[in-house]
Design a protein around this ligand. Structure first.
Ligand code: NAD
Length: 361
């Protein structure tokens, strides 16, 4: 298979961590008889430096012509970087918001996976995390409260603010289908999270999710209220496989789930549209405090590349080869500084990429 991949190296540690992910991808495609064609795309601060804007029309068109985009992170230090003297619409982050919109990325996927090897970094009690956990948070990204009508008005002399939470059945159906498709590639369980005891939008959410579930008889569906889910994530995270939820609930729950895994440098993410296209990036930012030092953890980006193989190219075996190589490196005791613990061997970004690529089978 020929994989047409757009590459946004980005700012800060972006170029360092993306280079290691490409190294691992190159090894995987070679091992499994595929080829990659990379298109380098400029976005964020790197694009401002060259074009004066964080994202050009040409870059959008070039991204659309690829099958998937792999991205580092964008942005700089808000206090010192000249990018933040520009008006908000010209700053690095504006490029990210625009590309998500242009590519119609409505589904955000964030795995929260605790490796047994790294459980020391997890703030939860050992009896809760024994054996690790592995869940996927599937968050609707383009609807709900963050995109509804809003206004602040004075009513009878009292300032009053309105935000509206709207979902239509089509928006719910498409994200639910994505959630069930992904569950079929995992342990076949979906926990749909809502607030159906209070909200009309949640009651519609539940109804539509149940209809979609009928088309996936192998997948077990359960419903959970969002307040209970927030508790269950710290009480018994092992119970979850795919958590399917709307925009605001997903925003909050995915941050909670990522915190219980311990390290930002390990967390991959993907944003998908209605086709197989996806934008894959680490959950963390551009970490300007460690940029250029060769110490950033490239694993989140490497695991994002594995997600790309699985979800945009249906190359499950190849994705698994990357995940197994990451596991092996951790089992052998190699650590970047952010996940370092006593008795382990500290290595830099490049060495981590070399070792993972070397373990691809
Ligand atoms: P950050 O995630 O960049 O850094 C937070 C802390 O985590 C820092 O101490 C950093 O060194 C550490 N860290 C992050 N990734 C790491 C890695 N791979 N290996 C080792 N340590 C790592 O968050 P921040 O400091 O709030 O933001 C910095 C910049 O990144 C800002 O400009 C922000 O807007 C941007 N940002 C971009 C994205 C994105 O591109 N999607 C996401 C979040 C933040």
């Amino acid at each position: 298979m020929k994989l047409k991949i757009g590459v946004i190296k980005g700012d800060g540690i972006g170029p360092e961590i993306v280079s290691e992910a490409i190294k691992v991808l190159d090894k995987v495609v070679k091992t499994y008889g595929h080829t990659c064609e990379y298109t380098q795309l400029l976005m964020g601060g790197a694009s401002i430096d060259v074009h004066g804007v964080p994202l050009t029309e040409e870059t959008i068109a070039a991204a659309k012509s690829c099958d998937a985009v792999l991205m580092g992170s964008i942005g700089g230090d808000a206090k010192t970087s000249p990018w933040y003297k520009l008006e908000p619409s010209k700053r690095p982050e504006a490029g990210l918001l625009r590309i998500r919109k242009e590519l119609k990325l409505f589904a955000n996927l964030r795995p929260a996976l605790l490796y047994d090897e790294l459980k020391g970094a997890c703030p939860l009690k050992e009896e809760i995390t024994e054996g690790g956990f592995d869940m996927m948070i599937m968050r609707e990204l383009t609807g709900g409260l963050y995109f509804g009508e809003r206004k602040t008005v004075e009513e009878d002399g009292v300032m009053t603010a309105y935000d509206s939470l709207t979902y239509n059945e089509n928006e719910i159906r498409r994200i639910a289908k994505r959630g069930f498709d992904i569950a079929m590639k995992r342990r076949k369980k979906v926990t749909s999270v809502d607030k159906a005891n209070v909200l009309d939008s949640s009651r519609l959410w539940r109804k539509v999710v149940e209809k979609v579930a009928a088309g996936y008889p192998e997948v077990k569906l359960e419903h959970m209220l969002v307040d209970n889910c927030a508790m269950q994530l710290v009480k018994d995270p092992k119970q979850f496989d795919v958590i399917l939820t709307e925009n605001m609930f997903g925003d909050i729950l995915s941050d909670e789930a990522s915190m219980v895994t311990g390290s930002i440098g390990m967390l991959a993410s993907a944003s998908l549209n209605e086709t197989k296209f996806g934008l894959y990036e680490p959950s963390g930012g551009s970490a300007p405090d460690i940029a250029g030092k060769g110490i950033a953890n490239p694993i989140a980006t490497i695991l994002s590349a594995a997600m790309m193989l699985r979800f945009s190219f249906d190359l499950d075996k190849e994705a698994e080869a990357i995940e197994q190589a990451v596991l092996k490196v951790l089992e052998e005791g190699y650590r970047t500084v952010d996940i370092m613990s006593e008795g382990k061997q500290q290595i830099g970004t490049e060495k981590m990429g070399d070792l993972i690529a070397g373990y691809i089978e």
